[in-house]
Design a protein around this ligand. Structure first.
Ligand code: ADP
Ligand code: MG
Length: 557
């Protein structure tokens, strides 16, 4: 019989580390949280080989004073809380003091940091738990943590790591989550030297969502703005016509921390009942602001689950916030019957505009575009036209993109995207990421009219392309679509971005002179699309100057 023994400390630490550092993306998560807790405004994440060769997170936060650096790597050492009281009123993402020591236990970690009060930075290196002496280094204030040889000493853990691409995708989701949690912070992710994610840090949730899920979604989002029993519910949800096959596009944040809480998801979906088909799920980015003492973040080693002291209150607030937003949206949309809708009525405008605080040029609010008469083209980029409600300036590229996107989308739904065989198969050289995207997305590519065959290690043979995209340069088109497919882990978003890339490459360009027939054709087609006002990337296709606006501009009103 085996005797019970106390583990040697190193084994105990490695086992404990496993709870925090489950896979490379857990490291990315902990390091981003530390950067955010340090007040960073910019966070640059670099990973290589799914994170196994390198995870580097650089921030411009307040840094660590030299004397504290070794302490940061001690178990249960934290600058964030002092007492149980602090834990009750947690304002930071971290508090366990376990991340750096756990990571250092299973990898080589190099930390470079400088606090604003110091002139010289500090370099600290530890290899699988054993530290090297501290050295000086020149660097701007902030902190960079580079993690290499992850799981080099725990082969068992390394075996559980999935494909490098899946690990990279998991890290990308983490970065995208924090970008949506904190739109005021700019986050960038580079995977194997290619930047795959960038949020601007503009403090606009929209911009962060556009970075995370593609701007195409923006016109279909409605704002939440609700407060109940001390719980503030903000963020956005999708209109019922935009749905996903799973719940992966539903995110909740509590005081800026991404949280998993299954019952919150139910409270949200409950509000959609009657709006959604079974098996379909909305998209949602919900920000809760709640007294920190009512949240217990200390229920999970990776802090990804939280408990609320007032569960029912929080659920009720989410449910009501969403139900009301949906009801308002419905009330606002129904009376819009094309022509008799007053663009200038501030009330209509406020309720219809999906995201009122948008500071980009507001797209026209028309749901249906009336029949327009084309006058001509200006700057070889814009079509000028007149309708019963005034003057329209249409971006020829954006408009054509919208037309092609909607046609591709409908054809793909119907499973009949026309494919155009090329006269001769064309070889196109590809990067490793593009090759991987080709391998992973065979079905989607075939269904959109591509016939691509791997050709050696770094190229493919293009036999057919989507018929709608025949204007596009084959190599360009193929690479662009594969790039889009490489970036996003979420299948519905990948499809949308791939279609948007095709539409973009196939559409007429700005700078292209169009004859009147071509312009009429674009306007005619645009009138027939369900969402004429924005291109697939969410930018406006047109600017509308109503008669009353013209009169006002000319001082007639
Ligand atoms: P926790 O975040 O729970 O405090 P960590 O092990 O993640 O524990 O970090 C330990 C300590 O190291 C933090 O409390 C903080 O003082 C310091 N630290 C870690 N990363 C950074 C960073 N990027 N910028 C400034 N300080 C940091
Ligand atoms: Mg931490």
């Amino acid at each position: 019989m085996r005797r019970i023994r106390v583990m040697p400390p190193e084994l105990a630490q490695t086992i404990a580390a496993g709870e925090v550092v489950e896979r490379p993306s857990s490291v990315v998560k902990e390091l981003i949280e530390n950067a955010l807790d340090a007040g960073a405004t910019r966070i640059l994440v670099d990973i290589r080989d799914g994170g196994l060769s390198l995870i580097r997170v650089a921030d411009d936060g307040h840094g660590i004073p030299r004397a504290d650096v070794p302490l940061a790597f001690e178990s249960h050492a934290t600058s964030k809380i002092d007492s149980l009281d602090d834990l009750e009123r947690l304002a930071t993402l971290g508090f366990r003091g376990e991340a750096l020591p756990s990571i250092a236990q299973v990898a080589t970690v190099e930390l470079q940091t400088r606090s604003a009060a110091e002139d010289v930075g500090t370099l600290y290196r530890t290899e699988f738990g054993s530290a090297r002496p501290i050295a000086a280094t020149a660097r701007p204030p902030g902190t960079t943590v580079a993690v290499t040889h992850l799981f080099g000493n725990v082969p068992a853990r390394r075996k559980f790591v999935r494909s490098l691409r899946a690990e990279a995708a998991a890290s990308q989701s983490v970065v995208a989550q924090y970008a949506q949690a904190r739109p005021d912070v700019a986050l960038s992710l580079t995977i194997d030297d290619r930047q795959t994610f960038l949020s601007p840090g503009s403090d606009s949730l929209e911009d962060a969502i556009a970075a995370a899920q593609g701007a195409a979604i923006l016109p279909n989002l409605i704002c939440l703005d609700w407060e109940e029993g001390g719980v503030r519910v903000g963020g956005v949800v999708s209109t019922p016509d935009v749905t996903r096959q799973n719940r992966s596009a539903i995110s909740f944040f509590a005081n800026g921390r991404p949280i998993a809480n299954r019952s919150l998801g139910f409270a949200l979906e409950e509000a959609y009942s009657g709006y959604l088909m079974t098996g379909r799920h909305p998209l949602a980015v919900v920000h809760l602001t709640i007294d920190p003492s009512l949240i217990d973040a200390n229920v999970h080693p990776a802090k990804s689950e939280v408990r609320f002291a007032t569960d029912r209150l929080v659920h009720g607030a989410v449910h009501h916030a969403v139900a009301n937003a949906l009801a308002d949206h419905r009330a606002a949309v129904r009376p819009v019957g094309g022509l008799d809708y007053d663009q200038d009525d501030p009330a209509t405008r406020a309720t219809l505009r999906p995201l009122p605080e948008m500071d980009a040029p507001a797209p026209p609010m028309l749901q249906d575009l009336p029949a327009l008469r084309v006058f001509g083209q200006t700057n070889a980029a814009f079509i000028v036209a007149e309708g019963p409600q005034g003057l329209y300036m249409i971006d020829q590229h954006a408009a054509h993109e919208r037309i092609l996107f909607d046609r591709l989308d409908a054809a793909l739904d119907a499973g009949e995207v026309a494919s155009q065989p090329l006269l001769e198969p064309t070889p196109v050289t590809l990067t490793a990421t593009q090759m991987q995207a080709l391998e992973d997305n065979g079905d989607l590519l075939r269904s959109t009219g591509f016939e691509l065959e791997p050709f050696g290690d770094d190229a493919c043979l293009v036999r057919s392309i989507p018929a709608l995209a025949v204007r596009a340069a084959t190599a360009d088109l193929t690479r662009e679509v594969l790039d889009e497919l490489a970036v996003l882990p979420e299948p519905a978003a990948a499809r949308e971005r791939a279609l948007a890339a095709m539409a973009c490459k196939a559409a007429v360009k700005a700078g292209q002179t169009l004859d009147v027939r071509e312009m009429r054709e674009i306007v005619f087609q645009l009138e027939r699309t369900p969402r004429p006002a924005t291109c697939p990337h969410g930018r406006p296709t047109m600017i509308h100057l109503s008669h009353s606006q013209l009169e006002r501009e000319f001082g007639r009103r």
